[in-house]
Design a protein around this ligand. Structure first.
Ligand code: MTE
Ligand code: HPA
Ligand code: MOS
Length: 829
């Protein structure tokens, strides 16, 4: 509170003009003072990084909105002032998971106080199906109801409360049918939202038959609620023609523009979509921000008034899709050292009621069923099961994490089988020379990096000394058992839908020398705008304070891809660089002629054009160029080279490159209650040559914690009728401050620029660290395995809640390998 008061005194509501950074610095100094002594650990903090003077790409720098975030001055959708007569929209949702809508009586709703408009499917002038890639997502239920929480109708009223109260007046009659909630049964019956896809390399059957050992296992990997802090929200204002302006918390403005236009039956150019920032997206706003924008746009067009729509948390959780839960199976053959010969992996994604992005999500799960290991001769099969729940969607990692889980389970299981430490077996199976081609035919060129990264982490985390200490501890500690695990991550970067790998940018320089950059990516907290500003600053030799970024808008940069697949900085950074490069070359041409100086060796540096024995300040150069009638605006474009994937053959090079990382987690488990603590985490992560180490470390920390939450405490529960019962923070547990590991060492791998020509040889960082959370799950299995003398590894479905950990411990004590069980019982007595 104190910080806020101080800041509001020193800093005005409007953001300081570019070139006058003093107010921000004052504010930041206050914030820093207040934080003194409150932060533990010695990792670099974004706040400290502000001290860095040279702040182009490659340097640690605070998030472009950091001060605004912490002082409450960053505007989210609900902070945007709406006209006084703006309407508030509330939605009526299906109360059952499956059935036919036989009566929808809205008379009382229409008569309720404050109600201005009520909309159902019959009021939609254009498309009623807003499926993003494939059809299947009705804007409003027509007759078939496919999940509990599906939208039946919308009410627009003069206040939010009036709209919500009016919704309750509806009379619905539904011919309810049994809900199908078992994805495995769906897959078996062929009830799928998209056809099954197979990737196959070599003779996997022969490999299995010829292997010295074979092992099989299965697992359930739970879903995950996005739990973005800002829920789904939008504000739509009608324009003077037939159009609308849509302000939306959204990862994919261009798709929303298209869908709104199609729903209203107007041209795309009549719809402008703007996104300044999201309070988190995590994939949940890639496709699923659109329905709300379409509905609010419908209301705005019908009434001629602005319309606000925001979902309360419980409704947001029920109506929108989540990370896909998966049921995975493996049957793998290996030798006495635990090295894979080959085998068969099947993944079944629970897609919910419609395709949404599930084709690509399950593909990505399949592409990552190898994680960092050569599977040998293998077949990977992916099913897209239909169930009567909300349509599951993108979520950080996009199916990749769920696919990786099966091979990480196999690594632990195989290690116990051959009597080796799981790390030893993991290392033996890493991609290496001669074993460097994936099951989908892509060559893993940076495999030495992965091996080096693991070795460095092994050393820096004292893996083997701690292993010894833990084994000794467990031998004498009957109830509390410690576990340790190192798990790697290799994550493919690029959209697997090739056409999405493109981006545009628009750059303007004004006559005072200030620069505006706009690009197709959206900001959701990940620091994309900061990185793109840094790119432009570096290309133009300016301080980042002279470069401002504006809200993402479909009328500035058109036909954009979603900000997803971790590719935001790779794609938009390159497009911005292209624009800045064009402008720079134009200025060089102009300067050569205007100042009669040699164009060779000219550069832009520290706010000046530097040429042989001549320095011209940036502002002066820009002024002169303007007077010389040179365009000070440029648009840039980029498309990723080299990538392709043939779905017919299941072969190609879908990824431009891979990002790598590894984590070591140590846990302490109370085997009588199942409760556990994460005591130490060490991470080494590969971001190539970092665009901004401060932001990248933040992404690694945040990603790890979110991944840990997915695998440990975040449990989605539906009742037998298909109603989500974990629909708020009281019943759905995301990690809290207290869940942070006591020791948390995060480091970026230095000295390994991207082998591909990405933006300044950096690597994408948004999603890959999420999967480092697997080390916590594996460490829990390690602790549990100690109960059976490390001879077997218990099945541990996720989330590995204390309840599941306890059940696994009990099962081991009951049925574990006899010798181990005896020893364990003796220990516990
Ligand atoms: N970080 C924050 N703070 N908030 C988010 O919503 N989304 C993640 C990741 N990091 C997210 C985040 C996801 S799902 C993706 S795909 C990337 O950011 C997208 O941004 P990028 O491509 O610019 O890395
Ligand atoms: N990742 C994330 N989002 C996506 C992808 C992908 O590969 N394809 C389409 N949307
Ligand atoms: Mo991220 S799941 O690709 O939005």
């Amino acid at each position: 509170m104190r910080t806020l008061t101080k800041l509001s005194r020193t800093a005005p509501d409007t953001a300081p003009a570019s070139g006058q950074p003093t107010q921000v610095d004052d504010a930041s100094a206050c914030a820093r003072q207040d934080q003194d002594g409150h932060n533990k650990g010695d990792g670099p903090l974004a706040r400290e990084a502000r001290e860095t003077r040279a702040n182009g790409a490659g340097t640690a720098q605070a998030h472009e909105s950091a001060i605004k975030h912490v002082t409450g001055r960053a505007a989210y959708i609900d902070d945007i002032p709406a006209p006084a007569d703006a309407l508030h929209v509330a939605l009526g949702f299906s109360p059952v998971a499956h059935g036919r809508l036989t009566r929808l009586d809205l008379e009382a709703v229409k008569r309720a106080p404050g109600v201005v408009d009520v909309v159902t499917v019959v009021d939609v002038p254009g498309h009623t199906d807003i499926g993003p890639v494939f059809p299947g997502d009705p804007l409003f239920v027509d007759d078939e109801i496919s999940y509990l929480g599906q939208t039946l109708f919308a009410v627009a009223a003069t206040s939010y409360k009036a709209a919500r109260l009016a919704v309750r007046e509806v009379v619905v009659e539904i011919d309810e049918q049994p809900a199908s909630l078992d994805p495995v049964a769906s897959a078996e019956h062929g009830d799928v939202v998209r056809p099954t896809h197979v990737q196959e390399r070599g003779d996997w059957q022969a490999a299995l038959a010829g292997a010295a050992f074979t092992l099989e296992g299965e697992q359930f990997v739970g879903g995950q609620e996005h739990f973005y802090l800002e829920g789904q929200a939008c504000l739509v204002t009608p324009t003077e023609d037939e159009g609308v302006v849509v302000y939306t918390s959204n990862q994919h403005p261009s798709e929303t523009q298209k869908l709104v236009a199609e729903v209203l039956d107007i041209p795309f150019h009549a719809v402008t979509v703007e996104t300044r920032r999201m309070g988190g997206g995590f994939g949940g706003k890639e496709t699923q921000a659109s329905p709300w924008a379409c509905i609010a746009a419908l209301v705005a067009r019908r009434t001629g008034r602005a319309a606000r729509l925001r979902l309360p948390r419980a409704e947001d959780m029920r109506a929108t899709g989540k990370r896909h839960p998966f049921h995975n199976r493996y049957r793998l053959g290996f030798d006495a050292r635990g090295v894979l010969a080959g085998g068969d992996i099947t993944v079944i994604g629970d897609c919910g009621y419609s395709p949404d992005l599930s084709e690509a999500v399950v593909d990505r799960a399949m592409f990552h069923a190898d994680n960092a290991y050569s599977l040998g001769e293998a077949r990977v099969t992916g099913h897209r099961a239909r169930t009567h729940t909300a349509s599951n969607t993108a979520f950080r990692g996009f199916g990749g994490p769920q696919g990786m889980m099966i091979i990480e389970q196999a690594m632990d299981d195989i290690a116990r089988h051959v009597g080796e430490d799981p790390l030893t077996v993991r290392k033996r199976n890493l991609y290496r020379a001669e074993r460097d081609v994936t099951h989908y035919g892509q060559t893993v060129d940076q495999h030495p990096l992965m091996s080096e990264l693991i070795e460095r982490l092994e050393t820096s985390s004292d893996y083997w000394q701690r292993r010894e200490a833990i084994t000794a501890f467990n031998a004498t500690s009957p109830i509390i058992k410690k576990g340790l695990a190192l798990t790697p991550v290799k994550f493919g970067i690029s959209f697997t839908a090739k056409h999405l790998n493109q981006a545009g940018a628009l750059l303007h320089v004004y006559t005072d020398g200030s620069v505006i950059i706009n690009h197709g990516g959206t900001e959701m907290g990940q620091g994309l705008h900061t990185k793109v500003c840094q790119v432009v600053a570096r290309e133009l030799g300016l301080d980042t304070r002279r470069v401002r970024i504006t809200a993402t808008r479909t009328d500035k940069v058109p036909n954009t891809s979603p900000t997803a697949a971790s590719s935001g900085a790779d794609l938009n950074g390159m497009a911005a660089r292209d624009a800045a490069g064009q402008l720079r070359e134009r200025l060089f041409d102009f300067a050569a002629e205007h100042y009669q100086i040699d164009r060779e060796g000219m550069r832009l540096e520290d706010g000046e054009l530097v040429a042989f024995n001549r320095r011209i300040p940036w502002g002066e150069l820009v002024q002169a160029a303007y007077l010389g009638r040179v365009s000070l605006s440029a648009k840039g474009f980029y498309s990723t080279p080299l990538i392709h994937y043939d779905r017919e053959t299941g072969k190609g090079r879908p990824f431009y490159y891979y990002a790598h990382g590894a984590a070591v987690s140590e846990v302490e488990v109370d085997t009588l209650s199942g409760e556990y603590r994460l005591t130490r985490v060490d991470i080494l992560h590969d971001v190539g040559d970092s665009l901004n180490p401060a932001i990248d470390i933040g992404q690694v920390e945040g990603g790890f914690i979110q991944g840990m939450g997915w695998l440990t405490s975040e449990e989605l529960k539906w009742n037998a009728k298909g109603r989500l019962i974990s629909d708020g923070p009281a019943t759905y547990k995301i990690p809290a401050f207290g869940d942070q590991p006591a020791v948390f060492n995060v480091e970026l791998l230095e000295g390994h620029p991207n082998s591909q020509a990405s933006i300044y040889r950096s690597k994408a960082v948004g999603e890959p660290p999420f999967m480092l959370g697997m080390s916590v799950w594996s460490a829990l299995r390690d602790a549990l395995a100690s109960l059976a003398d490390y001879r077997v590894c218990p099945r541990l479905d996720t989330p590995a809640t204390p309840e599941r950990v306890l059940m696994a411990a009990e099962a081991l004590r009951r049925d574990g390998a006899p010798a181990a069980a005896q020893e364990t019982q003796h220990d516990l007595a």
